[in-house]
Design a protein around this ligand. Structure first.
Ligand SMILES: Nc1ncnc2c1ncn2[C@@H]1O[C@H](COP(=O)(O)OP(=O)(O)OP(=O)(O)O)[C@@H](O)[C@H]1O
Ligand SMILES: [Mg+2]
Length: 161
């Protein structure tokens, strides 16, 4: 699936709709969402939308230094950002595998070093900078559950509103 976003609010709304589908079916509560794309593409903006869609009354800030932020809810949200991670080994030290096993939505920015630890069930998102405010948001599902979530997403008439 591919969408264009013309302002931050629209990118946020896509995340919000995705979270809405997840929140309404407990089988999706542990969903992994990988977020890739350039610096400043809108990955964290997307995660803000996820939090809103999960009805979490929280202020999402980029976990660039602490790598992992955890927010309680039903389901909760675990927001990770591995931009500053140098080696795969460090993932073990920060307890990445324990976080993966938690029943919470996991949103991972800069997930490249984490790929080996992931199973075959995740949503992959790539946000590309087209111009100052225009972004292309590409969403793919790996695994059956992830693909079912995206089927739900396709049913929205206008995903950006
Ligand atoms: N259509 C758009 N969608 C998302 N963000 C946009 C859009 N247009 C402009 N922006 C701006 O782009 C910036 C995106 O910042 P954000 O922190 O979400 O990026 P990021 O991908 O998380 O970067 P990083 O890799 O540094 O974590 C924000 O300042 C936001 O206001
Ligand atoms: Mg970010």
């Amino acid at each position: 699936m591919k969408f264009h976003s013309y302002k931050p609010e629209q990118t946020k709304n896509i995340g919000k709709k995705l979270a809405d589908i997840i929140k309404n079916n407990y089988v999706y509560f542990s969903q992994i969402i990988l977020l890739t794309g350039d610096l400043g593409a809108g990955k964290t903006v997307f995660v803000k939308g996820l939090a809103e869609g999960l009805d979490l009354d929280v202020n999402i800030t980029s976990p660039t230094f602490n790598l992992i932020n955890e927010y309680e809810g039903k389901p909760g949200l675990i927001h990770m950002d591995f931009y500053r991670l140098d080696k795969k080994d460090e993932l073990i030290q920060i307890g990445f595998e324990e976080y993966l096993n938690m029943e919470a939505v996991k949103a991972i920015e800069w997930p490249q070093l984490a790929f080996d630890y992931l199973g075959n069930e995740f949503i992959f998102i790539k946000i590309s900078n087209i111009s100052e405010n225009k972004r292309e948001v590409m969403i793919e599902g790996e695994g059956k559950k992830s693909q079912n979530i995206l089927k739900g997403l396709k049913k929205y008439d206008n995903i950006r509103d």
